[in-house]
Design a protein around this ligand. Structure first.
Ligand SMILES: Nc1nc(=O)c2c([nH]1)NC[C@@H]1CN(c3ccc(C(=O)N[C@@H](CCC(=O)O)C(=O)O)cc3)CN21
Ligand SMILES: O=c1ccn([C@H]2C[C@H](O)[C@@H](COP(=O)(O)O)O2)c(=O)[nH]1
Length: 283
């Protein structure tokens, strides 16, 4: 939480205004931030200086792991985060590949679970990483990537947190996640939860202890219409101690995650938070 607030303050102190053509808004921007989550100590990086909807963040990443490609499926598992990008982005609405209401196209997990090979067919990247880790193997390339520059025209948005690289040291699992673009007031609130969650759940279903998760952000920004709320409201509040995430111990395999798991298999203990803040969202 302290590192989150420090990043917000750094953007305000050192950020540079950058025009963004896609949203038509200016963003106060810094380049490069490195966050570390102590998954081994169970410190869940949930924002406490406003109420955070962590179940929606978990639902979103479960949707990625399942390879979802439409906002309806994301809603059914507990998040509305893809509604706007699927249905309100004018470039996407005009794209002939869009399959109608709620379609997101070829994005995130839909790419990773069915990554096209240049010589034909596709690879399921998550299955490869999972099978290797479950067998105690780390070939120094246990990478789940959502990034396929040759397929950007087939989806409503390029992935932001686009790469998750797992490593085994003895029986401890580590994760390095990389994010190219980060909406710090809204998106990062979710992305911190997701990086922690991904290491914790992969450790559980592959039978390892979780170590640290390292989260690299390249372009970290605050949109012009979010600045006042961040500077004058959220940053004036004192953070609380981090809560703990409890994961249903019956989740034992990737198949469990793909089939019966819901957001109610994840609960937090000891979450103290300040009042919600509604930040504007840019499509
Ligand atoms: N501009 C922008 N920022 C993002 O963070 C973002 C995108 N676009 N597009 C793709 C996904 C969608 N994400 C989202 C979308 C909405 C919220 C959001 O509205 N969060 C609210 C309420 C969540 C709830 O009630 O469940 C919040 O206060 O955190 C967060 C992340 C993250 N990504
Ligand atoms: O997980 C996510 C997904 C998206 N974002 C933010 C980062 C940017 O503000 C927009 C994406 O816009 P681009 O023009 O494609 O960079 O969404 C996020 O923070 N986290």
């Amino acid at each position: 939480m302290k590192q989150y607030l420090a990043l917000c303050q750094r953007i305000i102190d050192e950020g540079v205004w950058v025009e963004n053509a896609r949203t038509g808004k200016k963003c106060l921007t810094v380049i490069n931030a490195d966050l570390t989550y102590d998954v081994d100590r169970g410190e869940f990086p949930l924002v406490t200086t406003r109420k955070s909807f962590y179940k929606a963040a978990i639902a979103e990443i479960i949707g990625y792991l399942r390879g979802y490609d439409n906002a309806r499926d994301f809603r059914a598992i507990g998040t509305r985060t893809w509604d706007a990008n699927a249905n309100q982005n004018s470039d996407w609405l005009a794209n002939p590949v869009r399959k109608g209401e709620d379609d997101c196209g070829f994005i995130y997990g839909a790419v990773a679970r069915n990554f096209p090979k240049p010589d034909g067919g596709s690879v399921d990247l998550l299955r490869k990483v999972y099978d290797d880790l479950k067998n105690g193997k780390d070939d120094r390339g246990e990478i789940l990537t959502f990034y396929h520059p040759g397929a950007f025209h087939l989806g409503c948005l390029r992935p932001c947190m686009y790469s998750h690289h797992f490593s085994l040291l003895g029986d401890t699992l580590y994760l390095n996640s990389t994010q190219r673009s980060c909406d710090v007031p809204l998106g990062l609130n979710f992305n911190m939860v997701q990086v922690y969650f991904l290491l914790a759940i992969m450790a559980q279903i592959t039978g390892h202890k979780p170590g640290k998760a390292y989260h690299k952000i390249v372009n970290a920004h605050i949109y012009e219409d979010q600045l006042e709320l961040m500077r004058d409201v959220q940053l004036k509040r004192e953070p609380f101690a981090p809560p703990t995430l409890k994961i249903n111990p019956d989740i034992k395999t990737l198949e469990d995650l793909e089939t019966w798991v819901t957001v109610d298999d994840f609960e937090i203990e000891g979450y103290q938070f300040h009042a919600p803040i509604q930040y504007p969202f840019s499509v």
